[in-house]
Design a protein around this ligand. Structure first.
Ligand code: MN
Length: 486
């Protein structure tokens, strides 16, 4: 495990972090109303009486949201509870027309689970999931349209959320970052949340405390609200941990509090003293029945599960011979893994992976393209690898062919054919070139024979030049030695 310790003159401090992540559920309609969940529609156009909190409205649970949440719970290797129920969490906020949020409190839909995170030093760690429950989202307050007024957009009010709570298992910013990436990868594989942190469909709160290394109990924590990128979560942990260590080291004590992350300074800012569960006056939601799921229902969803990144990664390592690192990178994104499998089909998978990790990803980065927009198709990348494996072209020529593929999207076989790039493997043809070069350079031949054997490389270079890079290097090397050593 990559250690993350803050050392001071007198002490070694470790950081203890737990995360709470709100993931917007992918579903056509909201969790308790038939309104659309479409992102970016005109403000307040997707608002039913239920979302607007009109008197007499009655929420109805959306089956699709439950289905998506169960799928996600299974993806977190978690226990799905046959019995769960809804509660009201009371608070007044302008973007919450009912003045309460329908959520789950004592009996959540999903219980304990485990997510494996992959760290940069090649090791893995298991992070405990405490629970996951489903609830409704609030609307959006807009403060930057007028200097004197605030606006409310209720399109988001009532959209289904999955709130995932981890155990306080993280000991470094890196682990928290790796977890968020893995979680995003899992929900995207499952199609249960789009995982776009910058659009707010995945939002992270981090509870951060520090303690001297070896101390068992947990100290007071600061909760950093709504951080909207993996990088910022990692920065927030780092700066908040430092802040707390400084307080303890100067004889003070950290108060339980809620903060926000300031992107400009990269530090956490105090918002308010921490509220406790009691402050919300939770009580059972009287308008909704408890949610009871049968084992048959849960098992049926188990059968629908796709192969998740960890399992895929293991298969790529064990069956296709990829390194753990390459497999991790390729499996993080479902589309990338699918592209790889398609490209590797019938070809040397390890070599296909090498191409992807090298020139292929570099090309996508340079062109700022998503893998689904790649000008080089999976089939064509596979064909290119095959051309090298079969000695039709050299590895060096393959790089040139790839450049052309990236520009034109053409089939590599066609490019090789049209540009006459086929390797010369005909020994007689190569021998003719060698004989000519030997005849033209008697001094170098003599020097070689008198012991300057490193001149061999010069001869190889000349032959490759005359053949325009098309002579098969292995054959050239073998033949030139035979001739010179004669
Ligand atoms: Mn919540």
């Amino acid at each position: 495990m990559a250690e993350y310790i803050i050392e001071t003159a007198n002490n070694k401090w470790e950081v203890v972090v737990g995360l709470e992540i709100h993931c917007q559920i992918i579903s056509k309609s909201k969790i308790f109303s038939p309104s659309s969940t479409e992102f970016g529609d005109e403000p307040n156009t997707n608002v039913s009486f239920i979302d607007a909190g009109m008197p007499g409205m009655l929420p109805t649970l959306n089956r699709e949201c439950v289905h998506q949440a169960v799928k996600t719970g299974l993806g977190l290797n978690a226990k799905i509870n046959n019995y769960s129920e809804f509660s009201r969490k009371n608070y007044f906020y302008a973007d919450m027309p009912t003045n309460y949020q329908i959520t789950q409190y004592r009996y959540p839909l999903v219980g304990e689970g485990i997510v494996t995170v992959d760290l940069s030093d090649g090791t893995s760690r298991e992070i405990g999931i405490e629970r996951m429950h489903i609830e409704q989202d609030a609307g959006k307050s807009i403060h930057d349209l007028s200097p004197t007024k605030s606006f409310i957009d209720l399109n988001r009010a009532g959209v289904g959320l999955m709130e995932i709570v981890t155990k306080p298992d993280f000991r470094s910013p890196e682990e928290a970052g790796a977890f968020l990436r893995k979680l995003r990868s899992i929900v995207r594989y499952l199609g249960t949340c789009d995982g776009n942190m910058d659009e707010g469909s995945m939002r992270c709160d981090a509870s951060i405390s520090v303690r001297p290394l070896g101390e068992q109990s947990l100290r007071n924590r600061a909760e950093i609200k709504n951080v909207n990128s993996v990088k910022f979560v990692m920065q927030a942990i780092e700066s908040e941990a430092k802040r707390q260590v400084e307080i303890y080291e100067s004889g003070g004590t950290v108060e339980q509090q809620t903060c926000r992350f300031d992107q400009v300074s990269g530090t956490t800012k105090f918002m308010r003293k921490k509220e406790y569960a009691d402050d919300y006056r939770y009580f059972p939601e009287p308008d909704l029945q408890p949610l009871i799921l049968t084992d048959e229902y849960i098992n049926k969803i188990k059968e629908e599960m796709v192969e998740l990144p960890d399992v895929k990664k293991k298969r790529f390592v064990e069956q296709l011979g990829l390194t753990a690192y390459d497999a991790m990178v390729i499996c993080e994104n479902k589309e990338t893994a699918e592209f790889f499998e398609k490209a590797a089909e019938g070809h040397d998978a390890k070599k296909v992976a090498n191409w992807m990790m090298g020139d292929f990803f570099a090309m996508l980065n340079k062109k700022r393209l998503d893998i689904t927009q790649s000008p080089v198709s999976a089939e064509n990348l596979g064909k290119l690898v095959e051309l090298v494996s079969k000695n039709v072209i050299s590895g060096k020529t393959a790089k040139d062919v790839f450049e052309i593929m990236a520009e034109t999207g053409e089939n590599p076989e066609k490019i090789v054919e049209e540009k006459g790039l086929k390797q010369v493997t005909d020994t007689a043809e190569i021998e003719a070139i060698i004989d000519k070069i030997i005849a033209d350079n008697p001094e170098n031949v003599a020097a070689y024979k008198s012991g300057k054997t490193n001149l061999c490389g010069w001869f190889v270079g000349q032959i490759m030049k005359v053949s325009q890079g098309k002579a098969n290097p292995a054959i050239v090397n073998k033949l030139i030695r035979e001739k010179l050593d004669n």
